[in-house]
Design a protein around this ligand. Structure first.
Ligand SMILES: [Mg+2]
Length: 321
């Protein structure tokens, strides 16, 4: 086997409209209908079937805002059932582990898998096999993107989502520029809202433009994390897979209630960062809302939830210095 065939190959497996897919498993009647799932206390739309997306219902949109479209188009609406989703998620991840690959469970419906042991020429076929197996064993449809780095596997996954086969491999494609040119900068993994604004101000609107910026410029104007993203877009792996062992130490997702009424956004960020430092965690799910209900250790807040991962990470690093 030549060394070229043994290049690093990362697959990103993402469950399609995961919560909706879970509901559909137990309710075949809604298979071809527009379906949405609502967040805790039915505040916002957090999962949409393709049919619901086609109606123009937005991700994260408050339910009351979308209600007209929902009623008019007889969209099926579900309250979220996290114990069901958690159970099905574990089944999906267990199935992935059967393929003898290193796996990083990235979120409830996403996992990175290391496919480097498979020859380049076979990796797309392997992806299709994995997808078929997950569908057969769990009933959950997935999309799989395969590339040399995690950041590129995310790009591949976006393309896979739109394909009938559900699998896209960028392995062996010499020039990725035409593909990266079509990826808007805010869709690049690790580029949040603030960074998007910053890049756009500096004339970077797509992934190709970021890829072609010099590392010196990126490091000087932004931070080390951003230069890792750029390197990864060039096909140089910089972000390792976090397997269960490594993750146990670093990953703790904890829910905390913070009284934020009197806090500015900046103060809120600082409060969250302090909590993270105390909990020695990089990740925190923040729920903002007007009312609090705690049931069986479950935190339910009216309003909307937001993930603040990348941003907090950089804040935390700054504060540690
Ligand atoms: Mg998904």
């Amino acid at each position: 086997m030549s060394s070229i065939q043994r290049t690093k190959k990362i697959g990103l497996v993402d469950c399609n409209s995961f919560y909706v897919s879970c509901e559909r498993l137990f309710n075949p009647k809604i298979r071809r209908k527009p379906v949405v799932v609502l967040s805790n206390n039915d505040g916002c739309i957090i999962s949409r079937s393709n049919e619901a997306k086609a109606l123009g219902i937005k991700m994260g949109e408050p339910y009351f805002k979308a209600k007209d479209i929902i009623v008019k188009n007889k969209v099926e609406v579900f309250s979220s059932n996290y114990s069901l989703y958690g159970d099905l998620s574990r089944r999906v991840m267990r199935t992935l582990k059967r393929f003898n690959t290193e796996i990083e469970v990235y979120s409830i419906d996403e996992a990175f898998i290391d496919l480097s042991n498979f020859p380049d020429s076979e990796v797309e076929k392997v992806g299709r096999e994995i997808r078929e197996t997950v569908l057969q064993w769990t009933g959950i449809p997935t999309s799989i993107g395969i590339a040399k780095t995690k950041t590129l596997s995310k790009v591949a996954n976006h393309i896979a989502k739109k394909k009938q086969s559900g699998v896209t491999s960028l392995i062996g494609i010499e020039n990725l520029d035409p593909i990266l040119e079509k990826v808007e900068i805010n869709d690049v993994w690790g580029v949040g809202r603030q960074l998007t604004k910053f890049y756009q101000k500096n004339g970077i609107y797509n992934a190709k433009q970021l890829k072609n910026k010099s590392n010196t410029w990126i490091k000087k104007c932004s931070n080390v994390l951003s230069s890792r993203t750029a390197m990864e877009l060039r096909g140089v792996p910089c972000i390792d897979l976090e397997t269960t062992q490594t993750k146990l130490v670093r990953f703790k997702e904890i829910m905390v209630i913070i009284q934020i009424q009197k806090l500015s956004t900046f103060q809120l960020q600082q409060t969250i960062v302090l909590r993270l430092l105390k909990l020695q965690s990089q990740y925190l799910r923040v729920y903002l809302g007007t009312a609090v209900v705690i049931k069986k250790q479950e935190l339910c807040l009216q309003g909307y939830e937001m993930m603040m991962v990348g941003k907090i990470y950089s804040h935390q690093k700054k504060m540690k210095k």
